[in-house]
Design a protein around this ligand. Structure first.
Ligand SMILES: Nc1ncnc2c1ncn2[C@@H]1O[C@H](COP(=O)(O)OP(=O)(O)OP(=O)(O)O)[C@@H](O)[C@H]1O
Length: 315
């Protein structure tokens, strides 16, 4: 379990993290989202014990990261942003070094090293210095060191940054596999990742929590939630037909691709009426879809009003 209580960090007069409180239970993957500079990495560094909070506290598996740092660190794996340090070491030397730090010995040490090298597909590069690896491989080495001691808690700062689409897919699969018996926080800029791996999302901006909800709950806040979109041969005819549906509040046509979207009145469902009216009017539709909601739009709406300059404390 991970718990933060009014966690805060100030750099001079900049409040980078401003009283963040949340709890993540075992088996949960929490997506940590926010625009650049929102305070995600700073929060994760404080939970991982790499940065002392200005005020507030964090605990990992019940151990306070400041008062019981050894126990807390033992229970957690941390993937910092960027590439692993010690770039001159080969992958094998680096992972052996981490195994020493984690006091892994004997058979268990061999098993864990083999496991992470296999899981992250590092076989081909184990004898290569880290600084000579591609960004994607460096990221995978970072993930390998984070999970080497099979910790109960994982803090992953943008784990898929720099990976190609196949590697992203693999790492998301790996996170899903590990989620069963771990507590995981994943920071990301990629909203599709929230769908792929997270069962809860915390959105922060200017160091404050602005939303804490399941991805589906966030999508339900989108104006696209329960909207019906379609592509039609005759866009104007489709538009006119949709205007006849009583519960349609607004119709928009995307100027780029001609996609027509009908938005329902609050709390109304329009899919059946829309498809009935299209049929009745003999409108040829190429595609008809019920929208779940768009996380990118919700993200923009939630975070849009907070500018970085607003976070300076009053002198
Ligand atoms: N060592 C530092 N000294 C001064 N300011 C810092 C320091 N580290 C971070 N900051 C500032 O704190 C704020 C939060 O930074 P942080 O890296 O936590 O954001 P983030 O949400 O992780 O951003 P990104 O998505 O770009 O990685 C930013 O304004 C950043 O410039």
């Amino acid at each position: 379990m991970i718990e933060t209580r009014q966690l805060s960090k100030r750099y001079g007069d900049l409040v980078a993290v401003d009283g963040i409180s949340f709890t993540v239970e075992p088996g949960q993957v929490l997506g940590f989202l926010g625009p650049n500079g929102a305070g995600k990495s700073t929060t994760m560094k404080m939970i991982a014990g790499f940065l002392a909070p200005t005020s507030g506290s964090a605990s990992v598996c019940g151990f306070d990261v400041e008062k019981q740092p050894l126990e807390a660190r033992r229970a957690l794996g941390y993937l910092p942003e960027g590439a692993p340090s010690y770039g001159e070491m080969t992958v094998r030397e680096f992972l052996a070094f981490i195994a020493d730090v984690r006091a892994l010995k004997g058979e268990l040490r061999h098993r864990r090293l083999d496991d992470v090298i296999g899981r992250l597909h590092l076989e081909r590069v184990v004898e290569q210095p880290i600084e000579t690896l591609s960004k994607g491989f460096k990221r995978r080495v970072g993930i390998a060191q984070a999970i080497l001691h099979d910790p109960k808690v994982l803090i992953l700062d943008e784990p898929t940054d720099g990976l190609d689409p196949n590697q992203k897919h693999e790492v998301r699969g790996l996170i899903n596999d590990m989620a069963r018996d771990k507590t995981i926080i994943v920071s990301t800029h990629i909203l599709e990742e929230v769908h792929a791996v997270c069962d809860r999302a915390v959105i922060i901006a200017a160091g404050k929590v602005l939303a804490d909800a399941k991805p589906a709950e966030l999508e339900a806040r989108s104006r696209y939630h329960q909207a019906v979109s379609l592509t039609a041969v005759d866009v104007n005819a489709a538009r006119e037909a949709l205007a006849r549906v009583a519960d349609v509040a607004a119709i928009e046509v995307d100027p780029q691709d001609g996609r027509v979207t009908a938005f329902p009145k609050p709390g109304r469902a329009i899919f059946t009426e829309v498809s009935d009216v299209l049929k009745a009017q003999n409108i040829v539709v190429r595609e008809l879809a019920l929208e779940g909601g768009r996380l990118d739009e919700v993200f923009r709406t939630i975070t849009g009003g907070v500018a970085t300059g607003e976070r300076r404390t009053q002198a």
